[in-house]
Design a protein around this ligand. Structure first.
Ligand SMILES: Nc1nc2c(ncn2[C@@H]2O[C@H](COP(=O)(O)OP(=O)(O)OP(=O)(O)O)[C@@H](O)[C@H]2O)c(=O)[nH]1
Ligand SMILES: [Mg+2]
Ligand SMILES: [Zn+2]
Length: 315
C-alpha cells in the first residue's frame, strides 16, 4: 500500500475490461496481456459497478493479482447486454428458426438509437428459407436500407465465407467496439466462430418445439477481431424502454423523425394530433405501416409506464 502510494498514479496501467466473471474483472492491458483483477472497495461503497467495455486504470503485482483502481468516463452504457463504450450494435436476426420479426427488430433498433449507437442489421440462416420467405425478408431489408441502416443479407443457399464477411464488415469495426445482440438461437456465436475459428464459442441448438434458442451464451466477453473488439452476448428478446421520454421516441425512428418536422404542431408525437405529416406519410405508403405501428405501441408503453421509484410525485 505504501509502495503504491509512493509510486502514485504513474505506476498504474491502462486497459479495458473484456470480461466479468464471478467477481473478477479481466483487463486487457495496452501491451495485450490479460490481467485478472478485483475492484477496489470504493466502487462498492459508491454503488458503482465496473462494466465490460470500461476503460480503466489498474495495478498488478502478477497477472492474476490485479486491482482495478479507476474507471474512465463512459461514452455510453447499454443495459442489455451490459456493455460500456459501444460504437456499433450488430443486430443479429435469423430469417428462420427463430422467425424474422420486424417488431423485435424495431425494438432492438430503438434500444441502440436511444444510446446513439450505430446499428447494423445482420440477417442469418438465409439458407433455411424458401424463395418466398427470402423475398419477403428482402423487401424488409430494402426498406431498412432506404431509411439509412446498413443491412447484411447474404444470398439464399449460401453460407458466407470468412473473406466475404471481412469484406462486408471488416472496415466498419476497425478500432471500434461492436456488440452482437439478438435473441437466443439467432446465430451470434456461430457467426463469430466463422470470423475466427480459434474462438470456439459454444453453439446451441434451437428447440424445434419452442422455435427459439436455449440461451447458450451466458456472459458477455469482448474478443479482438478484424482490428476491433466484438462482444458475443447472451440472447434476449424482452426489451423495456424505461429511460426514453415519449417526446424523444421519434428520434429513434429516422424516417418518422425526418417526416415529423413537417407536422403542424411543434410537439406532435404523431398519435392523435390533427394535420400530422407522419400519419399522412403512412397513408401514402412512404412510411411503412409496421414501423408506425411499432412506434405507436412503444409510445403507449412509455405513456403507460408506472412512475419511477425514487422520484417524488409531482416533481
Ligand atoms: N442453418 C443454419 N443454422 C445456423 C446458422 N447460424 C446458426 N445456426 C444454428 O443455430 C443454432 C443457434 O446458434 P448460436 O450461434 O448458438 O446462437 P446464439 O445467437 O449465439 O444463441 P444464444 O447464445 O443462446 O444467445 C445452432 O444450432 C447453429 O448451428 C446459419 O446461418 N444457418
Ligand atoms: Mg451464443
Ligand atoms: Zn405528427
Amino acid at each position: 500500500m505504501t509502495e503504491f502510494k509512493q509510486k502514485g498514479r504513474d505506476s498504474l496501467k491502462n486497459g479495458r475490461i473484456i470480461k466479468a466473471l464471478s467477481g473478477f474483472y479481466y483487463i486487457q492491458s495496452e501491451d495485450g496481456k490479460i490481467y485478472q483483477t478485483k475492484p477496489r472497495g470504493i466502487f462498492r461503497k459508491r454503488n458503482e459497478s465496473p462494466l465490460v467495455g470500461d476503460e480503466v486504470k489498474f495495478s498488478a503485482s502478477a497477472i492474476t493479482e490485479g486491482t482495478l483502481e479507476e474507471i474512465s468516463q463512459r461514452s455510453n452504457q447499454l443495459t442489455r447486454p451490459t456493455v460500456a463504450n459501444v460504437d456499433i450494435g450488430v443486430i443479429i436476426m435469423s430469417l428462420k428458426d427463430p422467425d424474422f420479426s420486424t417488431s423485435l427488430l424495431d425494438r432492438y433498433l430503438v434500444s441502440l438509437e436511444q444510446h446513439h449507437i450505430q446499428p447494423v442489421i445482420w440477417i442469418t440462416k438465409t439458407d433455411l428459407a424458401d424463395e418466398k420467405e427470402y423475398e419477403k425478408v428482402k423487401v424488409h431489408a430494402d426498406y431498412y436500407r432506404k431509411i439509412g441502416y446498413e443491412v447484411i443479407l447474404p444470398e439464399r443457399d449460401k453460407v458466407l465465407e470468412q473473406v466475404e464477411v471481412e469484406d462486408l464488415f471488416g472496415s466498419m469495426i476497425t478500432k471500434r467496439l461492436a456488440v452482437f445482440l439478438g435473441q437466443s438461437g439467432a446465430g451470434k456465436s456461430t457467426l463469430l466462430n466463422r470470423l475466427d475459428a480459434n474462438l470456439q464459442l459454444k453453439i446451441g441448438e434451437t428447440s424445434k418445439s419452442l422455435g427459439r434458442g436455449r440461451h447458450t451464451t451466458r456472459h458477455v466477453e469482448l474478443v479482438p477481431l478484424l482490428g476491433g473488439l466484438i462482444a458475443d452476448t447472451p440472447g434476449f428478446s424482452a426489451i423495456e424502454f424505461d429511460d426514453i421520454a415519449a417526446a424523444d421516441l421519434a428520434v429513434c425512428f429516422p424516417e418518422i423523425w425526418e417526416t415529423g418536422r413537417e407536422c403542424r404542431f411543434k410537439g406532435c408525437v404523431h398519435q392523435n394530433e390533427p394535420n400530422c405529416a407522419v400519419k399522412t406519410a403512412v397513408n401514402k405508403g412512404t412510411i411503412a405501416q409496421h414501423r408506425y405501428d411499432h412506434y405507436l405501441s412503444i409510445l403507449e408503453e412509455i405513456q403507460n409506464r408506472k412512475p419511477r421509484y425514487g422520484k417524488k410525485r409531482g416533481s
